[in-house]
Design a protein around this ligand. Structure first.
Ligand code: ZN
Length: 577
């Protein structure tokens, strides 16, 4: 096993052709050598572990080789090549600017540049992490870079191209190294495994490749570590365990449950994930990644963005057929919202549970059905929709008010199953859902009288009449912003009970969404139809064209006159405008 600890070094590429995933760079370098038009200075940019230093060494070795092959590779036999292989070549000088970034360090290097090489044609100076040089060191180096002797070549490498000053950029030929594709890394690991006689599962290698974010070097050292744990047989399962990765299988199952609106199943699976020691936020981010992968699987033109092994790919294709685009986009949006709120919320678990419920109810809204449950409270019955339950974490007015006396129970005529309970607050306000929320079909089939889902027909003109009443009702309540918002455009009745409300901008939409429940409740009561839904459309997408809120107005003014911000600071105005 000990011979594995060196994979990264042992399998470091030594020829241009063995560099993985940087074909355009290696072929450009080869062409330049072939046509004898090699630049004097190079800047290799790109993330860590993608082959910058390896390419620099290969270049150094090749241009010093005494008999370069037809394919523009080093011969590996001549004196120079041998000394390179044995790490004894005097033609290569490496400086790690991360740890040697003083003027003195660079002066030492510059002093050497004057001397021509004893063996071979060129001296190659590699400065790694060149952006770390102090500004004095930079200046000391600049002169040399401007007029280097013919026998000297400079290869500057950096992970942060944006920190390189223009005077350096303009003197170098720039090569942008890209992250290596998951499939290329996995293939290379497979090659290493075969060479070393190790049994590996393809999916295990894919997982490693995904984990290292395009860095080959990292993948090799991770591979070494994992092999040392797994007794020369690397399985998908052992990688999952050691890397503490949530199995993709979970995400497939969660997505199926989301599509089926199986809230009970979702809560159970999320509980299982937490019990296995995973953080909720990792789960939500992983779910977002999964949904993103399903999204790119939907279209021929984006499917290439799916970086998975063949087995897994077909699973993604299959599941993506079950999801429509709107579901995926909305679900991603909700995951993102959850991610943003995660750090600031007091009850992270509840936040994720609610997010799962919201996602799983996306489909319901599309079907334009509003599931309604009867709430029994002090012998009074009232309707409560899934949406209201879900919204209750945010602004929950009614539920909180009515639930002071311990609990609100949601019941249906169907059999009672064990309850899921959510702690809404520290106060003893409990909502118990006495049956899975996925009973929609049952409700409609059983036509149970006690559910009393109202479904009266109404015309558009009747709706507009009630809408007018609604606006004055809202205004009477002192919510003038909402009143104005509702009056900007006339709503349209799209079909039986779906109302479209056009709004001028996202600020209006925000105002509306905050109070949507009040609006819905009013309309449902007056029109005696519990299935009424409202969808909003923003008519003016570009807010900057037509600033609405004070913040937007200020932003627009700021664009025209940036010094306004100084004025704002001087006057100690609210930083949020
Ligand atoms: Zn050679």
């Amino acid at each position: 096993m000990s011979d594995f600890i060196v994979s990264a070094r042992k399998y470091r590429p030594t020829t241009f052709d063995s560099v993985v995933g940087q074909l355009s760079i290696t072929s450009t370098l080869k062409n330049a050598i072939r046509s004898n038009q090699l630049a004097q200075s190079f800047l290799f940019c790109g993330p860590r572990g993608v082959g910058k230093t390896s390419c620099a060494r290969i270049l150094a070795k090749t241009i010093n080789c005494e008999s370069i092959t037809k394919n523009i590779e080093s011969c590996d036999k001549c004196l120079s090549c041998k000394s390179f292989n044995e790490n004894t070549s005097f033609n290569i000088h490496e400086l790690d600017a991360a740890s040697n970034n003083s003027v003195d360090d660079i002066r030492k290097l510059v002093d050497q540049v004057r001397f021509a090489p004893q063996v071979g044609e060129y001296n190659i100076y590699i400065i790694d992490e060149v952006h770390m040089l102090s500004s004095q060191a930079f200046n000391a180096f600049l002169k040399t870079l401007e007029e280097p002797p013919k026998h000297a070549k400079f290869i500057l490498a950096t992970t942060e191209k944006n920190k390189i000053i223009p005077t350096i950029l303009s003197r170098c030929q720039i090569f942008d190294f890209r992250r290596i594709l998951v499939k290329d890394i996995a293939n290379h690991l497979d090659f290493v495994a075969k060479n070393e006689g190790v049994e590996v599962e393809k999916e295990a290698l894919n997982l490693i490749a995904q984990k290292v974010d395009g860095a080959m070097r990292d993948s090799l050292s991770l591979f070494d570590t994992l092999i040392s744990f797994s007794d020369n047989n690397l399985t998908y399962k052992s990688v999952i365990e050691h890397l503490n990765i949530l199995d993709y299988d979970y995400y497939f199952r969660v997505t199926t449950l989301l599509l089926k609106n199986d809230i009970e199943g979702l809560l159970n699976i999320f509980n299982e994930i937490l019990e296995n020691g995973f953080e909720g936020i990792h789960f939500i981010n992983g779910l977002a990644e999964h949904l993103r992968d399903l999204l790119v699987s939907q279209d021929e033109s984006t499917i290439k963005l799916l970086e998975k092994g063949e087995n897994l790919k077909s699973k993604y294709l299959e599941q993506s057929k079950e999801c429509n685009l709107e579901f995926l986009i909305k679900a991603l949006d909700l995951c993102n919202e959850c991610d943003v709120q995660y750090k600031t919320t007091n009850n992270q678990r509840l936040l994720i549970e609610l997010t799962l419920m919201r996602i799983s109810s996306i489909g319901i809204n599309e079907k334009k059905k509003t599931k309604t449950f009867v709430v029994s409270l002090n012998d009074k019955r009232r309707h409560i929709s899934v949406e209201e339950i879900i919204k209750s974490d945010k602004k929950d007015q009614e539920i909180k008010e009515t639930s002071v006396n311990n609990k609100v129970s949601l019941e249906t005529e169907s059999k009672i199953r064990p309850a899921h309970t959510f702690d809404m607050q520290k106060k003893p306000s409990l909502i118990s859902i006495n049956s899975s929320l996925n009973i929609e079909d049952q409700i409609f089939k059983e036509d149970s009288l006690s559910l009393e889902i109202r479904g009266s027909d109404f015309s558009e003109s009747r709706m507009l009449q009630v809408w007018g009443d609604l606006i004055s009702f809202i205004k009477k309540q002192g919510k003038s912003n909402l009143g104005i918002t509702l009056g900007v455009h006339q709503p349209i009745l799209l079909d039986e009970y779906l109302i479209e409300l056009r709004l001028s901008n996202s600020a209006q939409q925000e105002i509306f969404l905050e109070e949507k429940l009040i609006v819905l409740r009013y309309l449902r009561d007056k029109l005696e139809n519990d299935r009424i839904e409202i969808k909003t459309i923003i008519t003016e997408l570009d807010i900057s064209k037509n600033p609405y809120t004070n913040k937007d107005k200020f932003k627009k003014m700021l664009k025209e006159n940036p010094s306004l911000d100084k004025l704002r600071v001087k006057l100690a105005l609210d930083p949020d405008y």
